[in-house]
Design a protein around this ligand. Structure first.
Ligand code: MG
Length: 181
């Protein structure tokens, strides 16, 4: 990109008859891919706009708590990709922070461990009236690329969070008075 910047800013100085065609460069440049970026921790929220690859979406400033940006203009077949680092295999509660003026929206998480059933995005009445919807996903451990696939359209998306799902075991009931060592 340094070479491109240099050429763009200096090409006319050296040869007045040569023009920089940004459209041509945009058409042929290598798109950003997830193979060139690091892996995000899942210990906190992952912003929707922190994708490393996408198809068909745009971003805008969000009115949600915390500010930043949200993803929008989502149509069926659009997707977002993220590199994440999962500390341990298991079930995770997946929270999507979303808004929509209808009830057509759906998101599907596609991970190396499999494809999750679609999660329906609720109608929040206003494009910037935000709500959370949750589901549970089984993830494998380690660095991996996940894709959030829009199997339904027309919603805004601000962030998602993966939290270890509370485990239940009938063989070892927990006592409210016990204190883990
Ligand atoms: Mg955001």
């Amino acid at each position: 990109s340094g070479m491109i910047n240099f050429a763009q800013n200096n090409i006319a100085n050296g040869a007045a008859g040569i023009q920089w065609h940004q459209d041509f460069y945009d058409a042929i440049k290598t798109p950003q891919t997830c193979s060139s970026v690091g892996y995000q921790s899942i210990s906190s929220r992952i912003e929707a706009e922190s994708f490393c690859g996408m198809q068909g979406i745009q971003t805008e400033p969000t009115a949600d708590t915390g500010g930043g940006q949200n993803v929008g203009w989502i149509e069926v077949g659009d997707w977002l990709e993220y590199n994440i680092n999962v500390p341990a295999a298991g079930n995770y509660t997946l929270n999507y922070r979303v808004a929509s003026t209808g009830n057509t929206g759906q998101l599907q998480l596609i991970a190396p461990s499999g494809t999750l059933a679609p999660t329906t995005i609720p109608n929040t009445s206003v494009w910037q009236n935000w709500s959370s919807v949750s589901t549970t996903v089984s993830l494998s451990a380690g660095q991996q690329k996940i894709r959030l696939y829009a199997s339904g359209a027309a919603f805004n998306f601000n962030w998602f969070q993966l939290s270890p799902a509370s485990t239940t075991s009938s063989s070892s009931p927990q006592s409210s008075s016990s204190v883990p060592a």
